[in-house]
Design a protein around this ligand. Structure first.
Ligand SMILES: C[S@@+](CC[C@H](N)C(=O)[O-])C[C@H]1O[C@@H](n2cnc3c(N)ncnc32)[C@H](O)[C@@H]1O
Length: 291
């Protein structure tokens, strides 16, 4: 396992100096809400405000992890994907993407990307148990697509002439409109070959009464948070071929649980879809907003 995989991590694996515990971070709020210990007072305060505004938040986040597992299992088992680019990785919880993918294809390769210093400090845990060269971690902002795609560790880990599954699970709501989220996805997909997939989850306020939801609590803590409507979500997969059942509230995307035990759209208020790149130009067909 090359040391370059751990750029920015101190030799003892401790958090790097740029961690600012005085302000909330989305990864640490997520960790707190999921019952983890990698969070600080500012994260807990912001997370409690978010839970007060959206009491189902912990349930929704657990469903988000379950969705990730279903999506990766589908991609590996049914779509035959062996390469994954997971942007907005989050703090390690088990099983992670590589554990699910490698259980199906032992030669699977995974590149994780996140911009949170605490996630970076846990990269060793994320990479534990991997064979040499099978998994890499890149400390980068998702909006810096050129930096991610040109990263030597990504190039050494993924073969971009073979299909890749791009995972954007629970991250795009942190990319405000002014940062061109659709252009970001287009740029990422443009570098992946035909036969690649996009798996995406995005919170929505479509199922809430007006004014409800956790977005304001995040924004008050200095974290941009943008709910998107179904129409806005659909633009992310525009030009791609959605695999059945298409765009769904996340608990309805290839669910394992029976109808009676599935979460309602209000409890798990996010859209989910997996879609395939069918033509070389299909990743750049984003239309002006029409919804
Ligand atoms: C809600 S967590 C989702 C984690 C994981 N994908 C999952 O579904 O469980 C969102 C993650 O996105 C990361 N993130 C937010 N904005 C980002 C950005 N601009 N660039 C890279 N990562 C970002 C956060 O640090 C956090 O780890």
């Amino acid at each position: 396992m090359g040391e370059t995989w751990f750029r920015g991590i101190t030799p003892d694996g401790k958090a790097s100096a740029r961690i600012d515990t005085s302000v909330a971070h989305s990864a640490r709020m997520y960790d707190y809400i999921l019952g983890g210990k990698d969070n600080y007072e500012a994260d807990r305060k912001a997370a409690e405000a978010a839970i007060a505004a959206q009491p189902h938040l912990a349930t929704a986040m657990r469903e988000n992890r379950a969705l990730m597992r279903r999506m990766v299992a589908f991609l590996a088992k049914e779509a035959g994907i062996r390469q994954f680019l997971d942007i907005g990785t989050g703090l390690p919880t088990s099983p992670n993407v590589h554990e699910i993918a490698c259980a199906i294809h032992p030669d699977a390769r995974v590149v994780y990307v996140d911009n949170d210093p605490i996630v970076l400090s846990h990269a060793r845990a994320l990479l534990t148990g991997s064979d040499d060269g099978a998994i890499a971690y890149i400390d980068a902002d998702a909006r810096d697509t050129g930096r991610i795609l040109g990263d030597p560790d990504l190039r050494a880990t993924l073969d971009l002439s073979e299909p890749v599954a791009l995972l954007l699970i629970g991250i795009m709501h942190f990319i405000p409109d002014e940062d061109d989220p659709y252009g970001m996805v287009t740029a990422l997909l443009a570098s992946l070959p035909v036969g690649s997939y996009l798996a995406i989850q995005h919170p929505t306020s479509d199922f809430y009464e007006p004014g409800r939801g956790a977005a304001v609590a995040y924004s008050n803590a200095g974290i941009p948070f943008r709910y998107r409507t179904r129409g806005e979500f659909a633009r992310f997969i525009d030009g791609l071929d959605p695999v059945p059942p298409g765009i769904q509230p996340m608990a309805e995307w290839r669910p394992e649980a029976g109808p009676a035990t599935r979460l309602s759209p209000v409890q798990a208020a996010a859209y989910a879809a997996v879609a395939k790149k069918m033509t070389a130009s299909s990743a750049s067909q984003v239309r002006p907003e029409s919804s």
